[in-house]
Design a protein around this ligand. Structure first.
Ligand code: IVH
Length: 681
């Protein structure tokens, strides 16, 4: 037994050290957290059972990452500690924590409940911000808890971190502890852009945050959309320390620091349990990833009394939720054909419970992504499912590739089929685009089905009862080729379909008839024009009023509509130029498919004005500034010309600024732009 334990300990230490190195130093995790935790706990358990196998250099004795040589080391004046993780992921963890705290404080049953603060466990990178006389002077990572890395330059690019505290009389020294993280929407948007540019994507938001902060080039960090939340303090001088943790956070918020609103203060384990439950229920809908909740004794004097054991405070504990990343194997790689012909590779997986559901499929996005990740059949992969996001394959665990050196046909690198698996039509990938498409259009049954499902959708023509299964049958039996055919359907052939009877057939015919004469915006959306979503369809319908007016519009006329740029305009023109589409529309017109309205072009306060943005604005990102201008009816152009009305210049403006001055064009700074938006909004 002992010999075995010894061997396993050696093995575990190597695996864990390797994982630590990949995670902390290379910012390139090779195994999911859940797997890491299992290995770590196994090692802890063996070391506890065989104390003579314990060793001071075991990874169990370490708090976290190692500082990278390239950043200057920062010695933390108050160490940055870790917190104990309640291994019991059931709710019993809160009760066990309360019991321990009460025992340590020498409380008996007769004593009143201890007051606790509960908050979220943000999943990012721990950070210490040092403000001197109210000015941010240094930002450091945790490193090994004693010494971290000076990442001040990168942290300055995080927009939610104030460079100066909002106070007339700031403390002489205030160290704020918190987490740099990336919001899910920011992560998705960033990756989406990277994908279209054919550039590498971020593995997950946590890594996005950690990797960005540890970029040696601050301009790279500046392009990554990061956020920050405070959860505590380090060294302070000249600060009137509040009595409780909850008040500390309130005070930090009062100084203009970002503090998460999702927190609770109350007596006893009941407070903690209620918080744990409420957050578990809403976890998927939070705008950022969390890996659990944190419970803290609220009174700071009691925290001091409780003190620390090893490197962990006795007054705090983390209570984790089930992991959102897990390991599984790839059983097959198939491709799906979408409504616009987009060919998406999909991994069929051995079922795995992750992020609260059993996952059997995960998107691989596109050909380049599969190649970059080099996903092959038989591979062990990290699967991630967080929030409502479609499950995806994050990375391959290459170390576990079966028969590493023996390439059998099933293990060959993935290749996108050259013909559509649904219709045999040609698959084309336009240069510069990430997505390959079946170009057979409605000649492809998969696209036909999707087009009809989309047409009937709740937000489109809203035909009740016309679901996926039924559409499959209608298309496969040749009863329906395009949306116009729906209006010619008779009851008898419908009643003959699987799972249909006379009554349901009659209901369907009725539901189709009821969809006649829907508002133009629904109809335009229902057509499924590429790049025309629900909002654009509304804007187009409002602007043109009648379908004929929309069909007759040229690019310039289309681009008068808010948010319609050259790409959307081109999609619309291409759609209506297609004779097949025009023919279907004429039949839909005859069937009374939609109802025209009146043209009510949206005149925003900035309608008719063209802006050019240059340099970095202090608060608004470029995307935000663009969105605000466009929402007000203005246009944002890429280069300065005589047609430009305003140039909005931030820090380090480029040649556009000089050109604006040359041409005598008005220039604005951010506050000038905001004033313009406000005055006219
Ligand atoms: S308190 C002395 N509160 O979790 C206690 N930590 O191992 C210091 N974390 O690296 C930590 N959210 O970066 C605390 N609300 C929260 C937290 C939190 C995330 C991270 C922290 C630390 C790790 C604890």
């Amino acid at each position: 037994m002992r010999r075995e334990a010894e061997g396993r300990v050696r093995q575990l230490r190597v695996l864990i050290e390797q994982a630590n190195h990949d995670y902390y130093v290379l910012d390139n995790p090779t195994i999911p957290d859940a797997e890491y935790d299992r290995l770590f706990r196994e090692l802890q358990a063996i070391e506890a059972a065989y104390p003579d196998l314990a060793s001071p250099d075991s990874p169990t004795r370490r708090v976290g990452g190692r500082p990278l040589a390239a950043f200057a080391p920062v010695r933390h004046r108050v160490p940055m500690l870790s917190i104990r993780t309640e291994t019991d992921t059931s709710e019993a963890g809160a009760i066990a924590f309360d019991a321990r705290v009460r025992k340590e404080l020498g409380l008996t049953e007769a004593d009143p409940a201890v007051e606790y603060a509960a908050e979220l466990k943000f999943d990012g990178l721990a950070m210490s911000l040092r403000y001197e006389d109210g000015v941010l002077v240094q930002a450091a990572t945790r490193g090994d808890g004693e010494t971290g890395e000076d990442v001040t330059q990168n942290v300055r690019t995080v927009r939610t971190i104030p460079l100066r505290l909002a106070s007339e009389h700031p403390p002489a020294v205030l160290e704020v502890r918190g987490e740099v993280y990336m919001r899910r929407a920011d992560f998705e948007r960033y990756n989406e852009r990277q994908r279209t540019l054919g550039r590498p994507t971020l593995v997950n938001p946590r890594n996005g945050a950690a990797g960005s902060i540890r970029q040696l080039d601050p301009t790279v960090a500046a392009q990554r959309p990061l956020s920050f939340y405070c959860y505590g303090i380090g060294e302070t001088t000249g600060w009137n320390l509040p009595a409780t943790h909850g008040e500390v956070l309130d005070a930090l918020a009062g100084l203009g620091l970002p503090v998460c609103g999702e927190r609770a203060v109350g007596p006893g384990s009941a407070t903690l349990l209620a918080f744990h439950r409420a957050i578990a229920e809403r976890r998927d809908r939070l705008p950022f990833d969390i890996d659990g909740v944190v419970y803290k004794v609220n009174r700071l004097d009691l925290q001091r009394q409780l003190g620390f054991v090893a490197r962990e405070p006795r007054w705090a504990v983390a209570h984790k939720y089930p992991a959102q990343e897990e390991l599984t194997t790839v059983e097959a790689i198939e491709v799906q054909v979408g409504r616009t012909g987009a060919i998406t590779p999909v991994a069929r997986l051995a079922p795995v419970f992750v992020g609260g559901v059993t996952v059997t499929n995960a998107t691989l996005h596109n050909e380049d992504e599969v190649r970059r990740k080099d996903v092959r059949v038989g591979d062990t992969v990290i699967v991630r499912r967080a929030g409502d996001v479609i499950p995806e394959v994050v990375a391959v665990v290459l170390e576990r590739r079966p028969m590493k050196d023996l390439v059998t046909p099933a293990q060959a690198p993935f290749e996108l089929p050259r013909t559509c698996p649904e219709c045999g039509g040609p698959v084309l990938r336009i240069e510069g685009e990430a997505i390959a498409r079946c170009v057979n259009g409605l000649g492809c049954p998969a696209q036909r089905k999707q087009a009809i499902i989309h047409y009937a959708g709740r937000r489109a023509m809203d035909i009740e009862g016309l679901g996926e299964r039924l559409v499959d049958q209608l298309v496969e039996r040749g009863l329906v080729h395009n949306p116009a055919d729906l209006y010619d359907l008779a009851e008898a052939p419908l009643a003959a379909l699987e799972r249909m009877a006379e009554k349901s057939a009659a209901n369907l015919v009725q539901a189709i008839a009821a969809s006649r004469g829907r508002e133009l915006n629904r109809f335009v959306f229902a057509l499924g024009i590429r790049n025309v979503g629900e909002q654009t369809a509304k804007d187009l319908a409002r602007h043109f009023g009648r379908l004929d007016a929309l069909m007759a519009a040229d690019a310039a006329a289309l681009m008068q509509v808010p948010d319609v740029g050259p790409v959307v305009a081109e999609s619309i023109l291409a759609f209506f130029a297609e004779p097949h589409n025009r023919a279907v529309i004429e039949r839909l017109r005859a069937a009374g498919g939609w109802r025209d309205g009146e043209a009510r072009p949206l005149a925003g306060p900035l309608t008719g004005r063209t802006f050019v943005l240059t340099g970095t604005l202090p608060n608004l990102s470029r995307e935000e500034a663009k969105a605000r201008i466009e929402a007000a009816g203005g246009k944002v152009a890429g280069s300065v010309s005589k047609k430009t009305d305003y140039v909005v210049a931030g820090a380090d403006p480029g040649s556009k600024f000089a050109r604006a001055q040359e041409l005598g064009i008005n220039t604005l700074d951010e506050s000038g732009l905001l004033a313009l938006l406000e005055k006219r909004e």
